[in-house]
Design a binder for this molecule. Structure first.
Ligand code: ATP
Ligand code: MG
Length: 349
C-alpha cells in the first residue's frame, strides 16, 4: 500500500436500514468509486466494535458477511486492486495495538467522550453484563484509534458523532510520536477531513412512527424502521402507517412537520432527484395519503431491486477477496505493530 489511505467501516450489529443506506452505505460506495484510483481504500467491518453494546452473538458472524454483501449489492466493486476489504477481528494486530494504546490513554479523556456518555446513559453500572456499561464501550475510541493508526490512515469519513474520536486518535498519535520518535502518521484534522469529503450534510432519516427521533438499527420497535431486508410489501405498509400531523397541507418543514418532511426526503432519495423537484411536485397539496402511496410504491420497488441484487452477490468471489485482502492487510498491520512493539520495548530494536 503506497498511496494515502482512506479508512472506513460500518458496524454490523443488525440489518441495516434505509437511513444507513442513504446516510452511510451509498456515500462510502460513491467515495470508493471516486477515490480508488488515487488512494488505498480500507473498507472493514468493525466486528469487534459490534458488541460494545449488547447484541445477539448467534447472529454476529453471518451479520458481518451480510454487511459486506450489502456493500456489493449497493455497487462496491470487488475487482479494484486499491479497495481492501477485511474483517477487523481477522487482523489480530487491532486488538494488540489497542492494549498498547490503552496504556498511553488517559482515563479522564476517555470519560469525557460524548458517545460514551450518550450510549452509557441507558445502561447501568451494575455487575450484570447484559445491562452494565462495559469496559469495551469505554474503550471504543482506543480500538478505533488502533484501526486508524495501524494503516497510517489519513482520511476517515465519519459523522459528527465520531469526530471526537478522530481528535482522540490524532492526540494519541502525536503523544506517542513525541515520546518514541515518529511511529504514526497523524490522521488529518477534522477540518481537513471536511474539506476532503465535503462536510456531511447531516442527513438524518427519521423514525416513521416517531419522526422526532432518527431511524436507528437498535430502535425498540421496528415499526418505524425500514430495514433493507424487510419484505417490500411490509415496508410499504410501514410507510402507509407513518406518523404525520394535523396541519392538512404538505410542507417541507422539519421543525413543524417532521413526519411529512421525512417522507419528502425519502422520496427524493429513492427517486434520485433533487429535493426541490420533489417539493415542487408536492408542497401545498393536502392529500397526505397520495404522498404516502407514492412513497410506499417507490420504497417497494427500491427494496425489490436491491434484494434481487443482494441475492445475486457472488459469495464465493466475496470470500476469496476477503481471504486475499486479509492476508495483505495482516502483513501491513503486523509491520506497524512491530514498529510500535520495538518503540515501547517489547521487541529488540
Ligand atoms: P445504532 O442504533 O446501533 O446506533 P444506527 O442505526 O444509529 O445504529 P450506526 O451504526 O450508529 O447506525 O451508524 C452507521 C452509519 O449510519 C453512520 O455513518 C451514521 O451516520 C449513519 N446513520 C445512522 N442512522 C442514520 C439515519 N437515520 N439517517 C442517515 N444516516 C444514518
Ligand atoms: Mg447510532
Amino acid at each position: 500500500m503506497d498511496k494515502k489511505v482512506i479508512l472506513t467501516g460500518l458496524r454490523a450489529n443488525n440489518d441495516l436500514h434505509i437511513g444507513n443506506y442513504f446516510g452511510a452505505l451509498m456515500p462510502i460506495v460513491d467515495m470508493a468509486h471516486n477515490r480508488a484510483d488515487d488512494y488505498d481504500i480500507n473498507l472493514f467491518v468493525p466486528d469487534l466494535h459490534s458488541f460494545t453494546t449488547p447484541i445477539d452473538h448467534k447472529q454476529l458472524y453471518a451479520q458481518t458477511l451480510h454487511n459486506l454483501k450489502l456493500f456489493v449489492a449497493a455497487g462496491l466493486p470487488l475487482d479494484h486492486p486499491n479497495i481492501h476489504l477485511y474483517r477487523q477481528s481477522f487482523v489480530p494486530a487491532h486488538s494488540e495495538l489497542t492494549w498498547i494504546l490503552d496504556c498511553f490513554s488517559g482515563f479522564g479523556q476517555l470519560q469525557r467522550m460524548t458517545q460514551f456518555k450518550d450510549k452509557s446513559k441507558d445502561l447501568d453500572n451494575s455487575d450484570n453484563p447484559e445491562a452494565a456499561i462495559s469496559v469495551g464501550l469505554f474503550n471504543y475510541p482506543v480500538l478505533m484509534a488502533a484501526d486508524i493508526l495501524l494503516y497510517d490512515a489519513s482520511y476517515i469519513p465519519v459523522g459528527d458523532d465520531q469526530t471526537q474520536h478522530i481528535e482522540f486518535a490524532r492526540d494519541i498519535a502525536q503523544r506517542m510520536n513525541s515520546k518514541f520518535s515518529e511511529i504514526f502518521i497523524v490522521p488529518k484534522s477534522v477540518t481537513e477531513q471536511h474539506e476532503f469529503f465535503g462536510h456531511d450534510q447531516g442527513l438524518r432519516i427519521k423514525d416513521l412512527v416517531d419522526p422526532l427521533k432518527k431511524m436507528s438499527k437498535s430502535a425498540a420497535s421496528s415499526k418505524g424502521v425500514v430495514f433493507l431486508g424487510d419484505d417490500p410489501k411490509d415496508a410499504a405498509e410501514k410507510i402507509m402507517s407513518a406518523t404525520t400531523d394535523s396541519v392538512g397541507t404538505i410542507n417541507f418543514d422539519s421543525a413543524n412537520q417532521p413526519g411529512i418532511t421525512n417522507l419528502l426526503t425519502l422520496l427524493a432519495l429513492l427517486r434520485q432527484e433533487p429535493q426541490e423537484n420533489i417539493n415542487a411536485e408536492w408542497v401545498g397539496k393536502s392529500r397526505y395519503g397520495d404522498l404516502k402511496k407514492t412513497l410506499a410504491t417507490a420504497m417497494e420497488q427500491f427494496l425489490e431491486g436491491f434484494q434481487t441484487r443482494l441475492a445475486s452477490v457472488n459469495e464465493g468471489l466475496l470470500l476469496s477477496k476477503l481471504e486475499s485482502d486479509e492476508k495483505l492487510i495482516n502483513a501491513v498491520a503486523n509491520a506497524k505493530l512491530l514498529t510500535v512493539q520495538k518503540a515501547v520495548g517489547l521487541r529488540q530494536k
